[in-house]
Design a protein around this ligand. Structure first.
Ligand SMILES: *Cc1c(COP(=O)(O)O)cnc(C)c1O
Length: 396
């Protein structure tokens, strides 16, 4: 009975958002729930950095930043590029913004002006940042990147690395505010390699203290997986990325330690339904041909031009009236066809859930990632600018 009610209530047509083609609903209550949930699993003194790169993993960086400005335990934000950081500043981010990758010299003066903290690991960066600080008559705060096992950016935690830190500490106009490393395998069941990275990082911070007499004010290494699984990695800060959005770093990470709620739901609407007899081919290449006496084919106005994976052609499904409607044939750039033969209530205007829950059925970003041969992070990032983000709170 209850299920019938859910099913009936999920079969919606009338609650138009004004963005009927495709839209991503962003649940800010879920976002805050995820922050609090992570917060409950870290040390009281450890502050949080919200990772907002790639437009907040496709969720919309600016509205999320505005929400997080209000939370005292959120120390600041992390972005990947100067332009992302600048966008946050220009939209009212008062908290610190750090950059997680290399940034090119063209932006150094503006970066100093906007008090954006770059990751630093190249001597030429120190010199160029120092020049920018002099030109702006303002110090630049840097975060030294240390490579303890990613093989990506960052100085090594060895004698040469120590020489770099010494040079950074002596560079006029440059203040070493923080130092960080990044885990390569914190989302895997085997924890040994992450402990090795933690030891290398803390050992290096100890050497800086004992040999250079400097306690780096903000040391940090945890990403989402670290926040969930490695209490030892709670230092001055942790960097929350994928978990902020209610998504999981991998399926090897525990689901019970930090409960999460997905922040994004992706919707569209059926715009056309036709009935076809047997032998009718559907979409480019005719990779699907009807066989049944009668098939109801619905057209959904969403496609890979919105970031919905074309690799879901003939494999994926969407939810209509609380039931699964398989994708028929190829996903096009702006449209796709689904089978609603078994969903007689489906009609033109019916809501389609591409990612999210409808009645008893759920399609998660993780499931869609697996089905499409992609990665949940990638899928979220790829939902592009053509898809409006609709912000909402409880019960949306
Ligand atoms: C992207 C990134 C993060 C966030 O990673 P999640 O797995 O999404 O938590 C943290 N730190 C660095 C350096 C990153 O590049």
């Amino acid at each position: 009975m209850e299920n019938e009610m859910n099913r009936a209530s999920s079969c919606r047509t009338a609650d138009s958002t004004g963005h009927d083609r495709i839209w991503a609903q962003i649940d800010m209550d879920a976002l805050i729930f995820n922050m609090e949930s992570m917060r409950a699993n870290i040390r009281e003194e450890t502050k949080m950095v919200a990772v907002l790169k790639t437009n907040g993993y496709g969720h919309g960086a600016v509205p999320i930043m505005k929400e997080l400005e209000k939370l005292p335990y959120v120390w600041g934000y992390a972005a990947a590029t100067f332009e992302e950081a600048k966008e946050l500043r220009e939209n009212g981010a008062k908290k610190p913004v750090i950059l997680l990758g290399y940034v090119f010299p063209y932006c150094y003066r503006e970066l100093v002006r906007l008090e954006i903290r770059p990751a630093c690991f190249r001597e030429d960066m120190l010199e160029q940042l120092s020049a920018a600080a002099a030109a702006e008559e303002k110090p630049v705060l840097i975060q030294i990147a240390v490579d303890t096992g990613m093989g990506r950016i960052g100085i090594r935690p060895d004698d040469e690395g120590l020489r770099f830190v010494r040079k950074a500490l002596a560079t006029p106009g440059v203040t070493v505010e923080g130092m960080f490393t990044h885990f390569a395998k914190a989302d895997e069941a085997e924890h040994g390699p992450t402990y090795t990275q933690i030891d290398l990082f803390t050992g290096f911070a100890d050497r800086i203290r004992s040999e250079l007499g400097y306690r780096v004010p903000l040391c940090h290494c945890s990403n989402s997986a670290g926040i969930i699984e490695f209490k030892e990695a709670n230092m001055d800060l942790v960097r929350a990325g994928i978990t902020l959005y209610g998504l999981w770093p991998s399926d090897e990470v525990s689901r019970s330690i930090v409960p999460l709620r997905p922040v994004m739901t992706l919707y569209s609407r059926i715009v056309y339904i036709k009935e076809a007899g047997p032998g009718v081919s559907v979409s480019y290449g005719g990779t699907y041909t009807t066989t049944a006496e009668k098939t109801r084919i619905a057209t959904v106005p969403a496609g890979y031009g919105d970031g919905y994976p074309r690799s879901l052609s003939g494999k994926g499904y969407v939810l209509v009236c609380g039931r699964r409607a398989p994708i028929l044939g190829r996903v096009c750039m702006d449209q796709m066809m689904i089978d609603v033969t078994h969903i007689p209530e489906a009609r033109e205007g019916s809501l389609c859930t591409l990612i999210g829950r409808d009645g008893e059925e759920t399609i998660t970003m993780e499931e869609l990632g697996d089905l499409s041969g992609r990665f949940n992070y990638e899928l979220a990032c790829d939902i592009n600018a053509r898809v409006p983000r609709i912000i909402c709170g409880a019960g949306c």
